[in-house]
Design a protein around this ligand. Structure first.
Ligand SMILES: Cc1cc2nc3c(=O)[nH]c(=O)nc-3n(C[C@H](O)[C@H](O)[C@H](O)COP(=O)(O)O)c2cc1C
Length: 403
């Protein structure tokens, strides 16, 4: 290899991490110069991704970025929105718009919520507390993960009101009972059972990132990272529980009957997260779910190659308003939020982008991500001629049978 070629190769290797995730237009401006130095300077959520990548240890960024196998589902999630172009209307007075939604009797200023996302202190020392304070200041719904790095009690205090609690029940019923009791005592109004990791998940990008991390992981993590009990031993929601027999965060033999078991110990709203087909939506409703989250775990569960927005297009008509249908996976822009609502979602969850913000600037970064998505969503509503969320329906989507 010539010296010039070698230099070019080295330059591209150095530039690549900072450039990944930038829009093509920004990429044209070059490498490190493009990194923002304050949250206020972010123009869209993608401004935070290269900064998060630059700031985080490789294994932690790998944990955030990873999909499964060749990341086909992850890519499909973002690309899928292009399959649902909008039909926008003109000459509508949208000087005043109403972005509010109601879910389970609570009204939110915006349909955008913060998904459950584990181990947030791996991304910033503020962790879930930074997210909770941002959710509080911007008035968003937050869902807390079972594998959070901060307890539900502390998060509720930082949020100023109880969050929704996401449940990984584990394969030990007494552990599930204890987690549910704790969420109940903490006043959480909604329990979200995640059902999309039952088959395991082959996180190739994460596995590739770990050897690039030269730090001593045992300085922060419990020593036995290879066993699940080692992983969850770090997590405050498992404090005081006997987790020695836990081998899975989801019972491998879980079927729809499990909802009835949960019902016996959880009297409040029960939502099932991870539904991607009409059949399972029907079964969830038939087994008493109060709500559904259409999600493929941000492309971290199955290697189906199918986008969550396409799944929503199948699920929402099947549910037909019987229970709220929420959606996440791949939301990056306000127009994505608009499309999900047009396809029948009642609220729309954002995942990695708020963590890019958290990793970059803590609470302030999360706030800026929320601000940007809200601003983009309001523009999308005005541009489309929708005066309220209630007006956003399938008429704003191209009907492929007629187009
Ligand atoms: C790093 C990471 C950790 C996650 N942890 C959880 C979790 O603990 N519980 C859960 O139900 N979903 C978890 N998810 C999935 C999210 O709730 C959500 O479905 C997904 O992030 C949405 O996709 P997006 O990141 O493309 O927005 C996690 C996702 C990521 C990226």
């Amino acid at each position: 290899m010539s010296t010039l070629n070698r230099r070019r190769l080295l330059q591209s290797m150095i530039a690549a991490p900072a450039l990944a995730g930038l829009t093509p237009a920004l990429r044209a401006f070059g490498g490190e110069d493009a990194l923002i130095d304050s949250a206020a300077k972010a123009i869209d959520v993608f401004d935070f991704e290269p900064l998060a990548r630059a700031k985080l240890p490789p294994a932690h960024f790998g944990y955030l970025a990873t999909g499964v196998d060749g990341d086909a589902t992850l890519r499909a999630n973002e690309a899928g929105f292009a399959n649902h172009p909008l039909r926008v209307r003109r000459m509508v007075n949208t000087q005043t718009i109403d972005t509010r939604v109601s879910v389970f009797g609570t009204t939110w200023e915006t349909p955008i919520f913060l998904v459950p996302l584990g181990s947030q202190r791996a991304f910033h020392p503020d962790g879930e507390l930074g997210t909770a304070r941002a959710a509080r200041s911007k008035k968003h719904l937050q869902v807390l993960s079972t594998v959070s790095s901060t307890s539900v009690e502390d998060v509720n205090a930082a949020r100023g009101e109880p969050v929704w609690y996401q449940l990984y029940p584990t394969d030990q019923w007494p552990v599930a009972e204890a987690l549910v009791a704790r969420a109940r005592n903490a006043g959480c109004p909604v329990l979200v059972l995640t059902v999309d990791l039952q088959g395991g998940s082959n996180r190739v990008t994460l596995a590739r990132s770990i050897p690039r991390d030269s730090r001593d992981c045992t300085a922060c993590h419990a020593t036995s990272r290879t066993r699940l009990s080692g992983f969850i031993a770090d997590k405050p929601m498992f404090d005081g529980l006997d987790i020695s027999a836990v081998t899975d965060i989801t019972p491998p033999d879980m079927t729809w009957d499990y909802l009835a078991r949960l019902r016996d110990i959880w009297p409040r709203k029960l939502v099932i997260k991870g539904i991607v087909t009409r059949e399972d939506a029907e079964l969830a409703v038939a087994h008493g779910a109060d709500g559904i989250i259409v999600s493929n775990h941000g492309g971290r569960a199955e290697d189906s190659g199918r986008s969550a927005i396409d799944s929503l297009a199948e699920v929402a008509p099947a549910v037909n308003g019987r229970v709220p249908v929420l959606m996440d996976s791949g939301i990056r822009r306000g127009s994505d939020v608009f499309k999900a609502l047009a396809l029948g979602a009642d609220a729309v969850g954002v995942g990695r982008p708020y963590i890019w913000g958290l990793a970059s600037f803590g609470q302030e970064g999360v706030e800026r991500v929320l601000e940007i998505l809200r601003m983009e969503f309001s523009i999308a509503m005005r541009q489309a001629g929708a005066r309220s969320v209630a007006e956003i329906d399938a008429s704003f989507l191209v009907d492929h049978r007629r187009a």
